[in-house]
Design a protein around this ligand. Structure first.
Ligand SMILES: Cc1ncc(COP(=O)(O)O)c(C=O)c1O
Length: 422
């Protein structure tokens, strides 16, 4: 069957497509219909922090599918209670109340609505280069013009300030501001970490002005950046936290998490979701959160991310402007478009990843990847960037001396994290 032609013929067309069809995945790898194996360093655009088909998540979904798959939130559920308890145990006080969703954009929508209901104010302050989703509310606080322009009018008022500009932030937050919403590391906007001063100022100014601080950790949360939550790097606890991507271990699941005080100000029945909090998603989410939490997988992410970034920084190429990131969230900013190099990584080296903005090669490797695989990927990046120059031996024996070599054996986390996850 020519799946590629069929998909292209009937697809809405909003995405550019690969010209191969992926049919299977396991751990850090996926396979195409022709049996080619790819190292998947984007893993569902950050969904697969645990890699494909984590055994504890697969087991939890199977077991729950045979027990109860559907239950609206008006009926209490053992699986939902278990998910809430598991998630809240990983979070600092006062983040104790959860609104479960089916995607990231819905978690952001909930954050905006809870913020308005709780403060009685209308204005949102967001950052330039932000990305918070594509529904009307989340799109309204997303910076990129191309995503916004065709759909105006959007939710107003929204003021965008330059990311990491403390002065602009302090000026923008006023008595009318319901919330400031920020990503601790901008993902789609080019893998840009916040400065500590910026997030700390956001915490202080929102408190002073009676506004809320929303941190969007849909891409950064649950181990990715080398901490369970990226806000831990900054010593800042938000009033509202949004999570999604890795939260369901591959199953579609998001959540907005907030405080008693804020949740209690949302009128009953003023918000909801038919599928939100269904037992299948809750079982998957509990298994995924436990796998990260009990396996302390952020520690592995921090170590592997440091090795990968060091290797990428060792690449000598005039095309590279900067290598930056936090943990296993890594960007290589080029002085030119990234797309041709990503295509060559896929075609010649069987390594999958995508861009973040036109010039940034973005890597969101799963935590089950090995040091050797990351060093091999760095060599492949060097090779595609240095076409016609020095030959790099990707994953082979004749390793170049300029790349750091694996220093320690990092055990595969899967067997450990299986314990306790149901
Ligand atoms: C920081 C952030 N917020 C929100 C979203 C939207 O999530 P979803 O695509 O699940 O709706 C994304 C997706 O890339 C994201 O990275």
């Amino acid at each position: 069957m020519d799946w590629l032609s069929i998909e292209k013929r009937h697809d809405s067309g909003v995405y550019a497509k690969s010209d191969f069809v992926i049919v299977r995945g396991e751990g850090a790898y996926v396979w195409d219909a022709e049996g080619n194996r790819y190292l998947d360093l984007i893993n569902g655009i950050g969904v697969g922090f645990l890699g494909h088909r984590h055994p504890a998540v697969v087991e939890a979904i199977k077991k729950q599918a045979e027990t109860l798959a559907v239950l609206p939130q008006v009926f209490a559920s053992d699986r939902r209670a278990e998910f809430y308890k598991t998630l809240v145990e990983t979070l600092p006080e006062p983040l104790t109340r959860v609104f479960p969703t089916n995607s990231g954009t819905e978690a952001v929508e909930a954050a905006l609505k809870f913020a308005r209901a709780a403060t009685g104010k209308k204005k949102f302050v967001a950052a330039m280069r932000s990305f918070h989703g594509r529904s009307f509310g989340s799109l309204s606080i997303t910076w990129e013009k191309k995503y916004r322009e065709p759909f105006k009018p959007l939710v107003e008022p929204v003021e965008f300030i330059p990311y990491n500009d403390v002065e602009a932030l302090e000026k923008a937050v006023d008595g009318e501001t319901a919330a400031v919403i920020l990503e601790p590391v901008q993902g789609e906007g080019g893998v840009r970490p916040a400065t500590p001063e910026f997030l700390q100022a956001a915490r202080e100014v929102t408190r002073e002005k009676g506004a809320l601080l929303v941190l969007d950790e849909i891409q950064t949360g649950l181990g990715r950046t080398g901490r369970m939550y990226a806000f831990e790097h900054y010593g800042v606890v938000p009033d509202i936290l949004t999570l999604a991507k890795p939260l369901g271990g591959g199953f579609p699941l998001g959540s907005m998490v907030t405080t008693d005080e804020i949740a209690d100000r949302m009128p009953k029945g003023a918000h909801g979701s038919t599928f939100g909090g269904n037992p299948l998603a809750m079982a998957a989410g509990t298994a995924a959160v436990r796998a990260v939490w009990e396996g302390r997988l952020w520690e592995r992410a921090e170590r592997l991310g440091a090795v990968f970034m060091e290797a990428l920084r060792a690449i000598e190429s005039k095309k590279v402007r900067e290598v930056r990131g936090l943990g296993l969230m890594v960007g290589v900013e080029l002085k030119e478009k990234a797309a041709p190099y990503l295509k060559r990584l896929a075609e010649e080296h069987k390594i999958l990843t995508i861009q973040a903005g036109p010039n940034v090669m973005r890597f969101l490797p799963p935590v089950v990847v090995t040091e050797e695989e990351l060093l091999g990927a760095a060599r492949a990046v060097a090779e595609v960037l240095n076409e016609g120059g020095r030959k790099w031996d990707v994953g082979g024996k004749k390793k170049t001396t300029r790349f750091p070599q694996p220093t320690s054996h990092i055990p595969h986390p899967t067997s450990h994290t299986l314990k306790g996850a149901s």
